[in-house]
Design a protein around this ligand. Structure first.
Ligand code: BES
Ligand code: MN
Ligand code: ZN
Length: 492
């Protein structure tokens, strides 16, 4: 016995909606006691039919919805639809399909419904769709659909599914999401998507390229490191300058010889969040067929202590020739990104480079889980990222990228030191990365030849408290903000 549940957001000032033939939200709303009507955003009122029949969930859009516009209005729709899907989920197995009335904002409604439905588990009974041994035949517990489909609804589904993929890549434990497994999974997710080329490089290739700071991080583990490169060519000219994404891909960060404490160390299975973000973003871009060329690269490895591991005080020559002192092996993210940023910026001559990394606990301390921190010297890039983030309510806050932090990382025996002390820890990490972005310095009175932004997602990688359309756990942020950024960049 299974039935449908209609999820209908209702504006208390103007109750109505397009649930389904024979379902009349306005009169259902009218039947509610007065005290329940101008309820807070997300309050659900469930109307049951006869047993085995359909259910209607009316979700309040809250008082004042009619006066809201733009980004604020969209977020109310997300909250209401997310709450509605959650309350339908709570009805249990009897309901097999949630039919969303998306008329208030089809894109936002699709996003919220698909994010709210997501719940990662590897419990075996009932079988989990997240079981990496194979998920064939395991259906979603609840199907999501909408009465009137549209391109905006479809784009919302793509955005949310991409974010959910990033969540899954981050949630899967490090024994199941090794660098090798990550590459295999990405190849599977992209199969059949046109205009995409995926190249998986091994350690021998990285050694030949001179990626010594990247390889210095993987020395303590037996798991082979990988360097994943994905090209999407959607621009009218295949030779048009690309946008480049670089994602930190530490599939487990124990800290290495500078071992972390054990409490909460398991969070570091998600230290490939930057890599998960960039590949998921690229997948959505390709599915949306955006007219732009994009390349994504992710250095992938484990950071473990072992007999061959890099030791504090070791000095490594990076691919760009600079010497780097490894003061702390737990500051490994900037080491793998150094070579990846140099490679991406020299090899593909991108107009814009954006790197994503769960880079510093200082970032989490500064902004917590609300904003991802953006470090950039480009005002135009900042304003584009910021606007896209607001539109998806996956927000960014600008942080300083300032040479005055330099003495903290330029004062060891090497050109650069991989730690800069506690003060401004996220800012010194960002400045460290800048030394490896080719073309970022203004030369001979000319503007820099590349726009670069570093996004530190150490704070936003995990929700420790739920929001109305997303459970606790790995967030998959800022995938939606980046997809929206690229969409606007490519179609403006
Ligand atoms: N992956 C961590 C940063 C991190 C910590 C992300 C907590 C999310 C939650 C990174 O590799 C790291 O260990 N950074 C150190 C750098 C320090 C040793 C300079 C940090 O922030 O403590
Ligand atoms: Mn670390
Ligand atoms: Zn790390």
């Amino acid at each position: 016995m299974s039935s449908k549940a209609y999820v209908v957001p209702v504006d208390p000032k103007n109750p109505g909606g397009n649930a389904a033939p024979g379902v009349d939200p306005a009169s259902m709303w009218a039947s509610l006691p007065q005290a329940q009507k101008p309820a807070k955003v997300g309050t659900s009122h469930i109307f049951y039919g006869t047993p085995g029949q359909d259910v209607t969930a009316l979700i309040s859009l809250g008082d004042g919805f009619d006066s809201k516009a733009g980004d604020a209005r969209r977020e109310i729709v997300r909250k209401a639809v997310g709450s509605g899907v959650k309350s339908v989920k709570a009805l249990g197995d009897g309901v097999s399909e949630a039919v969303i009335d998306a008329s208030t904002d089809p894109h936002a409604a699709a996003v919220a419904a698909h994010l709210a439905l997501y719940d990662f588990t590897l419990k075996t009974s009932p079988p989990s769709r997240f079981d990496p041994r194979g998920t064939e035949g395991v259906p979603k517990k609840l199907a999501i659909s909408t009465g009137i489909s549209s391109a905006d609804w479809d784009s919302g589904v793509i955005y949310a599914n991409a974010q959910n993929l990033a969540r899954t890549l981050m949630e899967l434990p490090a024994n199941m999401m090794t660098p090798t497994a990550f590459c295999k999974r990405v190849q599977l997710e992209f199969s059949g998507v046109p205009n995409v080329e995926i190249i998986v490089r091994d350690e021998a290739w990285a050694a030949e390229k001179g990626m010594r700071t990247f390889l210095s991080v993987t020395q303590g583990t037996d798991q082979p490191a990988k360097f994943l490169e994905i090209h999407y060519k959607g621009a009218p000219s295949k030779d048009a300058q690309p946008l480049a994404f670089v994602g930190k891909g530490i599939t487990f960060d124990s800290g290495g010889i500078s071992l972390k404490q054990s409490a909460d160390m398991k969070l570091m299975r998600g230290d490939m969040g930057g890599a998960a973000t960039v590949v998921s973003t690229l997948l959505a871009i390709a599915q949306l067929k955006l007219p732009i060329n994009v390349v994504a690269v992710t250095p992938l490895c484990e950071n473990l202590p072992g007999p061959k591991a890099t030791k504090p005080g070791d000095i490594i020559y990076a691919m760009n020739g600079k010497s780097v002192e490894v003061d702390n092996t737990d500051a490994e993210g900037r080491l793998v990104l150094a070579d990846a940023l140099y490679y991406a910026s020299t090899e593909f001559k991108p107009h814009t480079v954006i790197d994503l990394a769960t880079l510093t606990s200082a970032m989490d301390i500064a902004l917590g889980e609300i904003y991802s921190g953006v470090f950039t010297t480009s005002d135009t890039l900042w304003s584009r990222l910021s606007a896209a983030g607001e539109s998806e309510y996956d927000r960014f806050w600008r942080m300083p990228l300032d040479e005055d932090y330099g003495p903290q990382i330029y004062s060891s025996n090497a050109d650069l030191c991989n730690t800069g002390g506690k003060p401004g820890g996220a800012c010194t990490a960002a400045l460290f990365l800048k030394a490896f972005v080719d073309g970022i310095e203004a030369k001979d009175g000319n503007e820099p030849s590349v726009h670069w932004a570093h996004i530190d997602i150490a704070g936003t990688m995990e929700f420790t408290r739920p929001i109305p359309y997303q459970e606790k756990g790995m967030t998959g942020r800022p995938v939606r903000a980046l997809v929206e950024f690229v969409k606007r960049l490519s179609t403006q």
